[in-house]
Design a protein around this ligand. Structure first.
Ligand SMILES: [Zn+2]
Length: 288
């Protein structure tokens, strides 16, 4: 008995130290035109991967759990699952929301995991485009800025968001560089409405009790306020450089969204509901 327990314990320990690539990066197929990428929710710290020496190394707590609930709520409402790519490695080992150099810092195993994450995301986008002709990738994160709002990132920065709606709509160069470039062409609404109109994702979330930015009540972050406008994942997998899958970085505050299972569930429901309206309004498709 004692030997069995010991063997079991050793096996678990060994397992924890050297997980397989499929365990470090979990890729799940789906049926909906939605892809979730979760780069910073991992906790695994295998010893055979060197610790990253620069860049942010803190994880986004509870974003893996939150994403599981988003998957469940989407399935309840629309009868299908989104594609999902989870990085299970801790951010101190790899940062899948950065280009490979900063992400893996030369470690071969970290590099392999980075490739699996992005190949998984790319295959999911290809599969969604093939099946549905269009789609949306949400890159799920956590932040702790002073004003606890869900920050939606479209590769439009804080200063750019300070422009008026008319200025934004006229800025062809800016629109061409956003992660929702193709969706802007498709949506019957203007670019500014897509970002912060009454049927923007931020406004749809606010209508369901989730404070968000940009939205109809909060056009831009305000003077000196922190705001994440999007990083590697939405740049690489959104429609900026082509394709019909657009991408939004979803930066969730801890307070009211990530902090408790009840709040996680409330957000997951609000997001799933909002996505149904969002798809119908802007993509011209029903999710169900
Ligand atoms: Zn993050």
């Amino acid at each position: 008995m004692r030997t069995t327990l010991f063997l079991l314990f050793s096996a678990t320990l060994l397992h924890a130290q050297t997980p397989a690539l499929e365990q470090m990066i979990e890729v799940r197929g789906g049926t909906l035109p939605i892809i979730l990428t979760v780069p910073h929710g991992g906790t695994l710290k295998p010893e055979n991967i060197l610790a990253r020496r620069y860049g942010v190394v803190a994880m986004d707590a509870n974003t893996a759990e939150l994403s599981e609930m988003i998957i469940e709520e989407l399935q309840k409402l629309y009868g299908g699952k989104p594609h999902a790519i989870f990085c299970r490695l801790h951010r101190s080992k790899v940062d899948c929301n950065r280009e490979i150099k900063e992400a893996a810092q030369g470690d071969a195993t970290a590099e392999a995991s980075w490739h699996r994450f992005h190949e998984g995301a790319q295959k999911a986008c290809d599969s969604v485009m093939k099946k549905h002709g269009l789609g949306l990738l949400l890159d799920i994160h956590g932040q702790r800025h002073l004003d606890p709002r869900v920050e939606l990132g479209y590769l439009v920065n804080s200063d750019q968001l300070k422009a008026s709606d008319a200025e934004l709509n006229a800025d062809v160069a800016l629109i061409a560089k956003t992660s929702i470039r193709e969706l802007d062409k498709r949506s019957p609404q203007s670019f500014a409405e897509l970002l912060r109109g009454t049927q923007s994702l931020g406004a749809l979330l606010e209508a369901r009790g989730i404070r968000s930015l940009p939205s109809a009540t909060k056009a831009h972050p305000g003077f000196m306020a922190s705001y994440f406008s999007g990083a590697y994942d939405v740049t690489a997998h959104g429609s900026r450089d082509g394709g019909t899958v657009s991408a939004i970085q979803v930066e969730c505050p801890s307070l009211g969204v990530r902090d408790t299972p009840a709040n996680q569930r409330r957000f997951a429901k609000a997001l799933a509901e909002s996505l149904g309206v969002y798809f119908e309004t802007h993509f011209g498709r029903k999710l169900k």
